[in-house]
Design a protein around this ligand. Sequence first.
Ligand code: TRP
Length: 330
Amino acid sequence: MNKIALTGIKPTGTPHIGNYFGAIKPAINLSKNPELDCYYFIADYHALNAIKDKEQLKQYTREVACTWLACGLDPKKIVFYKQSQVQEVTELNWLLSNVTSKGLMNRAHAYKAMVEKSLENGDDPDALVNMGLYNYPILMAADILLFNTKFVPVGLDQKQHVEMARDIAKAFNKRYGYTFVVPEELIQEDVATIYGADGRKMSKSYGNTLPLFCSEQELKKWVSAIKTDSSLPAEPKSTDCTVFKIYKLFASNEQADLMAEKYQKGISWADAKAELFNLMNSVLSPMREKYNYYINNYDEVEKILADGSKRAKVIAKETIKRARANMGLD
Ligand code: TRP
């Protein structure tokens, strides 16, 4: 029987190039493994903790759903759903709460960071902490355990959460008998750092992200703003620069080698940037077209998500039934 791989994507921002290379592309590649059944979902319950504006949550949810489809997620192969449409998640969340020690939650990085921040502000340690943040790892464990998940492809920042899901599964199995598959994180080790035009790591917190599906014009403007050194047009250039690093992300190995040769021979920054723009645009254009199609035909996306949640519920119901029975509720 195939193993289950599952991951959640929080709708807390407009998807950017960093998300594409860091999470979307690797997850879609993983789904091509014939020995895996993949469950990918939009973690809107989790987003409630950060996004308090109703329209904004809806907007980000739409953008994230359309982005994954535009990037090649095949909803026939991958069960693609919205977390809040599989309400069994919240029931499991409660059941798991009762085998989870408060001490385990106290150790969560995200919670600890908020406590630090509250203290820095001279406030009560829990001033910035709501229960959604505090219980976040239990809800995530529910997402994972509900589907008998074996592998959880995530970035390094989520490793602790998957470890907690594993601890919770073990605690439950120990008390009530074997109920849940014990999951493992699948950390993408070889993901290159993605750089912003300022040469720093691309990150929402630096405000240097490039929306994946910005217009051609915006893309051109972004490329022209990339920081370069002051070498003269004909001088050889180092490939240890932001223009080349971004080029490499989008290029095949052959394309990257060719460009490296041009750097060695001497290429003007204007020409290097023109080549970068052309390459990025040729990769992004077909995806951008699909994205715009889905955004403008969102009812199709809603159908895909509704179908995904229907498929997800089949396993979710079985798991809930088993957990309830093992706990003595039924
Ligand atoms: N916490 C994850 C993030 O911030 C999103 C997420 C929610 C998730 N539930 C999950 C990831 C279950 C993997 C499995 O990126």
